[in-house]
Design a protein. Structure first.
Length: 278
């Protein structure tokens, strides 16, 4: 049975991680359409690293991508993508990507995808829903690139709507929306920048916030302040915002913050996923 209709692809993936025999294992994997994962690997003791493979040809109007991640009690999973997710020009339909991330008690999810790129005239609807237990840990980010600024291609026309909800013990703790209708009517918070990054860390602490502040200040100075940033604590969730014009410094900044958080929480500094260097 084909997963393609005249309206586009339906792609769905469901992943469940559980602790078995002392390490986190991918115990359930279901997918339809061009969304899949490689077998988890273990460059760190007991932590399941997984590459989520998006449709290789990019996403067009009418496509629907549904991503469901379930990290069970005391499991620890890290997911990333091998490249940017590209949302191409629409002939009229809306491309949709809905992500639901669940983390049970004392679980740990690291959600580290590469950026979304919205081509001119794309029509996109994004949703991310995070449900975590109060005793769980989460670090994850979203990077949105409007147009391809490195090629002087700007998102002059098109429409991107986004919704982000973060639940702690099923209580909605943080909700955000994004609306960009061409660069003439983009989100006011973006000012003149074509890229927006948001990094979410739970649980927050004053000590961790200070460490991240120092990390980002040092990074920004080393990159000649090509990014602008803000760090806030929203009801126990640390939220780091970046504005910029290039993917490399934004990803590098988030990666350094991720390493800082890992060092603080687990006592050692991890190596970035090798796929980011390819």
């Amino acid at each position: 049975m084909s997963n393609f209709s005249g309206k586009g692809w339906l792609a769905e993936i469901v992943l469940r991680y559980e602790v078995k025999r002392g390490m986190t294992r991918l115990t359930e994997k279901r997918h339809i359409g061009p969304l899949m994962v490689q077998r988890p690997f273990y460059p760190e003791q007991g932590i399941a690293h997984t590459y989520l493979l998006h449709p290789p040809g990019g996403v067009v109007g009418g496509d629907n991508l549904l991503i469901n991640i379930d990290v069970q009690t005391e499991a620890h999973a890290l997911l990333t993508t091998p490249g940017a997710t590209k949302f191409y020009r629409s002939a009229g339909g809306v491309a949709r990507q809905i992500q639901t991330l669940n983390v049970a008690s004392h679980g740990f999810l690291e959600w580290l995808p590469q950026e979304n790129i919205f081509f001119p005239d794309a029509q996109v609807h994004l949703e991310t829903h995070i449900h975590i237990a109060s005793t769980a840990k989460f670090i994850g980010w979203e990077i949105q690139c409007f147009g391809r600024p490195v090629l002087n291609e700007w998102f002059e026309n098109g429409n991107v709507k986004g919704r982000f909800n973060f639940y702690i013990d099923e209580k909605l703790t943080l909700t955000e929306s994004l609306f960009v209708n061409g660069l003439q009517n983009k989100a006011a918070a973006m000012r003149e920048f074509p890229m927006l990054g948001s990094l979410y860390i739970y649980p927050a602490s004053d000590e961790l916030k200070n460490l991240i502040q120092q990390c980002v200040e040092a990074f920004s100075a080393s990159y000649n302040h090509v990014i602008e940033y803000g760090l806030t604590d929203v009801d126990g969730i640390l939220v780091l915002r970046l504005l910029g014009s290039q993917t490399e410094p934004m990803m590098a900044c988030f990666a350094q913050v991720w390493q800082t958080v890992r060092q603080h929480w687990l006592g050692y500094c991890p190596e970035p996923p090798r796929i980011w260097a390819t």
